[in-house]
Write a protein that binds this ligand. Sequence first.
Ligand SMILES: Cc1cc2nc3c(=O)[nH]c(=O)nc-3n(C[C@H](O)[C@H](O)[C@H](O)COP(=O)(O)O)c2cc1C
Length: 481
Amino acid sequence: MIHRTMRDFLSALEKKGLLRRIARPVDRMWEPAALARWMYQALPAEKRFGMFFEKVKGSDIPIVTAVLGANTAAYAAALGVEPDGINDAWVRACRNPVPPKVVDKAPCQEVVITGKEVRLSCLPIPVWTPGKDKGAYITTNTVTRDYNTGIQNMGVYRTMVRDETNLISNLRPGRQGYLNTLTWTDKDKVAPIAWVIAAPPAVHLATVANLPYGVDEITLAGGVMGEAVNMVKCRTVDLLVPADAEIIIEGEIHPGETEMEGPFGEFAGYMGPVERRPVVRVTAITHRKNPIYYGYTSQMPPSESTTIQSLTNAGVLLKILRHDLGEVAVSDVFIDLTFAGMLGHAVIAMKPGYPGHSKKVGRLVAAMSPLKRVTVVDEDVDIRDHTHVDWAMNSRYNPSRDTVLIDDVYFRVGIDPSVRSATSDVAMGSKVVCDATLKVDAGPFSLPPKEIMMKALDLWKEIGLPEFEIPRRARLRIDRS
Ligand SMILES: Cc1cc2nc3c(=O)[nH]c(=O)nc-3n(C[C@H](O)[C@H](O)[C@H](O)COP(=O)(O)O)c2cc1C
């Protein structure tokens, strides 16, 4: 089922029991963030839920968080598929992108605030690491455009509220949003920029995909929805934004205007450095009547941010490996949900075709992704079950023979403390590929044969022992026993 608006999705999530409404008034300066942190720090993934703060003190606009990335079930619901269909949905979308459709009238422009009327305090923008962060910031999709090609890009770049009409955006050097703004400011032109708050779910989930420069994530969102995303022209800047979003913030980056941004909590789990970043002059705020504000729960993992980045990019990697690089021996990719893009851990399932094949695939993944660790296993391992992956590491991985260390990797950021030297300078990082595929025939598994195990299952039921669902790990083993 496709969700064409965030509102539709919230209703669907509530029906599935994956959304909690909080009616008690909350203080945006600390309460939504601190409650969401407890959810991620204390509850197992399957017990987490999206949070809908209905009443925000001093605002008529409710705040939602964690709705797309509470857990795999919520993410799958946002895509409109079953959890085991997530990778297929991204592979299909990457292979069948759908360009957006431009419309004249848009719900996100039911209310238009421009010029002197613009006040960022009209939005309930939360503080995400209360007690430590410099202030409130926006975490949602940021739209930029390449001056030369006209192609837009979407990415999530934390954006700090400086005052009523100015923002400071964490457009990190190297990021595509940053490269796009340079195509304007290097020519001494004003770069357009916009933030999209609470768009159709597929738009959010496609935005965090690591796609080649020049590929607009909105075409991937169209691919996953199976139809064009409606886009509308911004009122004050030359950009297109999703028409069905709840809120849009439009702005301009003027050449040479930068200021210090931070400190803010970072995804590695520590407070990040203060760095110079572009200032944005806000030119308009447009929104639906009675809009909903959405901010991602990020920083200390696990978080909503790590969940959505892992699940989107696993599917994108699978598509690149199988369909662009011809590595059809790869059957599945999983990125650990606790750590996402940078610093993350990917597990690849494949049927190696020749000696060194699994190491080659591991190297490819390490080279084309920001992931720090890549583990390659055979297809008889459930890559989403860490006990099964650890078993493969114990029984099929010989560290001195099966490890590839990739040195001299520049991680671009100093927010990973492991790449800092004693003087706090940022040093070069490294990556590791662990090849945990079988190199020899290790003989039969030390489990009774399948027919005995299945007979014992009948006996288990007959005796009335507690019921269980056969884990995939056990099924894979028994099928080969
Ligand atoms: C909640 C959240 C916050 C993020 N914050 C930043 C950020 O401040 N700066 C940044 O460079 N990337 C950040 N990212 C990661 C990028 O959005 C992500 O890697 C995206 O794919 C980058 O897009 P690009 O490759 O088009 O530049 C964040 C991601 C999420 C989900």
